[in-house]
Ligand binder design. Sequence first.
Ligand code: SAM
Length: 232
Amino acid sequence: MNWHVNILTLFPEMFPGSLGQSLSGKALDRGDWSYSCVNIRDFGEGVHKTVDDTPYGGGAGMVMRADIIESALLSVENPGRKIYLSPRGKPLTQALVQEFSQEPALTLLCGRYEGVDQRVLDAHEFEEVSIGDYVLSGGEPAALILMDACIRLLPGVMGNDETVSEESFSEGAGGMLEYPHYTRPADWQSASGDVLSVPEVLTSGNHAKIEEWRRAQSEKLTAARRPDLLKK
Ligand code: SAM
C-alpha cells in the first residue's frame, strides 16, 4: 500500500526534511509512502502573492485567507482525510497516529502567522490536531512529526512488527510507558568510576520472569511520570 500525504504549506522546501533520512527515507525511496506539497503562495493575490490579511475584530498578527487556502486545497486531486495542525486541536495520540497511518491519503494544512480563517476549516471539515500544549511558529514541524509517527507504522517500514506492538502507549504495552532497555557490556564503568550492572533478571534467560519484571517497570514508570495513562 502506498500512503500519500498532501501538504498545504508556505514552505514546501521544509519537506521531506528529516523524513528523507533513515527508515522513513528508505521507505520513501521504496515507494511505501509519498508526499506532494502545494505551495499556498502560488494561490496568493496580486504581485506580492499575498495570502494573509488583518484579523476582523482587531488584534495582533495576520490571518491566512479562506479563499486562498480553499484554492490550494481544491488543487489536490485526492485529499483524503483533511487535518489542520493547530495548538487548539485534539491531542495527537498513538491511537490517532494508528488511524491516520491506515488512511490511503491525508491532507495536512500547515498554518503560519496567527492561523487560518475559521470559515475554510468549517467549510471543508478539517480536523484540528495538536502535537502538544505549546505554540510553534508554523505547522510544518508538526506535520513532520505526525508523518514520522505514521510512517514507522506502515507495513514493512520497521522490519519487525513486534517492535511497534510493544512500544510506549501501544496496546501491547497496556497503554503504558515502555520498560527501560539495557545492552552490552553487562558491567559498565561510568566516567565517575561507578560500576553499573544490568538488572540480573535480564541475564537469567527466564522469559516469564523477564516479562514480569518489564511489566512491573512499566507500571512503576507510568505511575511516576504519567499517572493519567494508568487511569485510561
Ligand atoms: N494563534 C494561534 C494560537 O494561539 O492558537 C497560534 C498560531 S501559530 C503561531 C502558527 C501555526 O503553527 C498554527 O496555525 C499551526 O498550524 C501551527 N502550530 C503551532 N503550534 C502547534 C501545535 N502545538 N500543534 C500543531 N500545530 C501547531
